[in-house]
Design a protein around this ligand. Structure first.
Ligand code: MN
Length: 251
């Protein structure tokens, strides 16, 4: 995990309290926040929770909410977090937190500012440039197996609103595609059928020769591991984009 670089301690107190500044920047952020034991997202959720419980909704709380957003805590997750915490930390504290949180999340609610915070446990990988022509919006590809091996497996991450074109995994025998959803929320739709919501743990088997698409929800990132089922005569056919009109029907 990359080290968290913090200068707030030295900026504010470097001259007056250099030891406190060093403990803040080098130990709290440089060592504890940068530790491998918990993700930055989890650390952000714990920190926000603790500040709410202490009734601290000052500028440092606003900073930590903005950091939580950058670390991949979605608006839905933040709303759920505060609703949960309200029962333990107190109703007025939750109200005070919501006043700050709604302000922070009103700015760029879909938050594409830090793709690295997304991708889930299998990681974001790199911008999926090779297939960009078959996607609406930005996707990322993280190959999980050596492409030279027998079975290619990849983690695919879609930014909010991103989806792939209608396409078909052709096969003469066997074939098709398996999606294992690992992070966020999205959609899978087969031609002529209602879209199916995708959340972590959703498993989709897409039979060969079925026209379909998959992608993120409009307001959420989504990651799935994808691999093709064994078959003969396997070949992908990319078709037309999912139009904004088709996509808007999902909400
Ligand atoms: Mn597919």
């Amino acid at each position: 995990m990359p080290k968290v670089v913090q200068t707030a301690g030295r900026d504010a107190l470097g001259a007056f309290a250099p030891q406190f500044a060093a403990l803040n920047d080098d130990v709290l952020f440089g060592e504890v926040w940068s530790g491998d034991g918990l993700s930055l997202k989890t650390r952000s959720m714990l920190t926000v929770t603790t500040l709410i419980a202490k009734g601290l909704c000052d500028s440092s709380f606003e900073h930590h909410v903005a950091t939580a957003k950058k670390n991949g805590v979605t608006a839905q997750e933040m709303a759920d977090l505060i609703t949960h915490v309200a029962f333990y930390a107190g109703w007025p504290n939750a109200w005070a937190a919501f006043r700050v949180v709604t302000k922070v999340y009103a700015e760029d609610p879909e938050d594409r500012s830090n793709p690295e915070a997304h991708g889930g446990i299998f990681g974001l990988g790199a911008p999926n440039d090779a297939y960009a022509q078959y996607f609406t919006g930005q996707s990322y590809l993280n190959p999980l197996t050596d492409a030279g091996g027998a079975q290619f497996v990849a983690n695919v991450t879609f930014e909010p609103g991103c989806r792939n074109n209608w396409h078909i995994h052709h096969a003469e025998e066997g074939g098709g595609q398996v999606l294992l959803v690992t992070d966020g929320r999205g959609w899978y739709q087969a031609w002529g059928e209602e879209a199916q919501e995708l959340t972590p743990g959703t498993v989709v088997y897409i039979p060969a020769n079925v026209k379909h698409w998959h992608g993120a929800a409009a307001d959420s990132w989504m990651s799935h591991v994808a691999f093709e089922a064994p078959g003969t005569g396997c070949q992908n056919e990319w078709l037309e984009p999912v139009t904004d009109e088709q996509y808007a029907l999902l909400a």
